[in-house]
Design a protein around this ligand. Structure first.
Ligand SMILES: [Zn+2]
Length: 335
């Protein structure tokens, strides 16, 4: 009997001290945007349903929470958000949930050297990290670890789901490279409405300009519109891109300004930045591949009339004669 005692003690202590779930209910998991809802949903799998605060088609920078949204935030076991100014209005609320261990900012959990600064001092960074699928692979590990922290009972499920989703992200990256490879190197320019695509262009080797900065709520001056128009003309860029969650007013102003200096620009397509879309774009990987296809197709197939504005030949005599006539008229007036 004596020799069995240590073994018995080990078995008993294993039973007594093994973690027993106090709450058998699945955790309440909330995300801020539809992009995160899909990404986190892939890791959560069948464990529970992931809800989102900001619905499809709504710009996260410009989102205003409702009373119901406040309840959702209060009831969630964990909230996943991007941070860094993406969910501008909710910044303080989400930060305080994060301080309590009930929320995780995707940007803050990433190593700082993987973030792209958005100011000269390097204090601020561009928060649109989800537009780089390779960077999101790192975020997937952080999300999985947070889920395990709040719900250790499902550790094996979360780890298995993470691994299969990582394969999907690698396939997305390869498919994007294949799309982008269709472009000649000297045509790899991207111009969008706000600076959401900084990570995407860095990963896939494009030169990039955006009308607004890292937020869609940034003010844009007439000088900035003119400067972008000049940039388009100087680099012979025929297409710019809209975004599903941003009004097109300022993009149209750029198109007009470009035409005013003799360069006709067209809309190359509408990209998904802050929100998922429909059809192929209703998942994160689908949205990302749609973006790549839209960008490549827009550059390879611009409308026939995009480019230098030709002055019709029959107008030329009038164009040259008008200043002369104007001078004559003004002379006559002076007399
Ligand atoms: Zn944005």
């Amino acid at each position: 009997m004596r020799k069995f005692l240590p073994v018995m003690l080990i078995i008993l202590s294993a039973v007594v001290f093994s973690p027993i779930s106090v709450n058998a209910d699945p955790p309440t998991v909330l995300t801020t945007t539809t992009v995160l809802q899909d990404i986190v949903g892939n890791i959560v799998g069948d464990v529970t349903t992931v809800e989102t605060l900001i619905q499809k088609g709504v710009d996260p920078h410009d989102y205003q929470p409702s009373a119901e949204d406040s309840n959702k935030l209060g009831n969630a076991d964990v909230v996943f958000y991007f941070g860094g100014g993406v969910e501008e209005v909710l910044d303080n609320t989400l930060q305080s949930l994060s301080d309590q261990g009930r929320a995780m900012a995707i940007t803050e959990a990433l190593p700082k050297d993987l973030l792209i600064p958005s100011d000269e001092e390097g204090k601020l960074f561009n928060p649109h990290v989800w537009l780089d699928p390779v960077l999101m692979e790192v975020a997937i590990y952080n999300i999985t670890n947070k889920l395990i922290e709040i719900d250790p009972d499902n550790t094996a499920t979360y780890n298995a789901n993470r691994d299969s989703y990582l394969l999907e992200l690698q396939q997305l990256h390869n498919a994007t490279l294949k799309e982008v490879d269709k472009l000649p190197e000297d045509q790899k320019f991207l111009v969008t409405q706000h600076g959401a695509f900084t990570y995407w262009v860095t990963r896939y080797g494009f030169e990039y300009r955006s009308l607004e900065g890292i937020s869609t709520t940034d003010e844009v001056s007439l000088q900035e519109i003119d400067a972008l128009a000049q940039y388009l003309k100087d680099n012979q860029i025929k297409v710019i891109y809209l975004e599903t969650t941003v009004p097109d007013t300022q993009a149209q102003a750029v198109i007009q300004a470009a035409e005013g200096i003799g360069w006709k620009v067209a809309i190359g397509g509408t990209l998904y930045s802050g929100s998922l879309g429909d059809g192929e774009a209703s998942t994160y990987t689908g949205m990302m591949l749609s973006n790549a296809k839209i960008i490549v197709n827009g550059i390879l197939n611009p409308p026939a009339d995009a480019g230098a504005v030709d002055t019709p030949v029959f107008f030329l005599p009038i164009v040259f004669t008008l200043p002369v006539m104007a001078r004559l008229v003004s002379r006559k007036k002076r007399v």
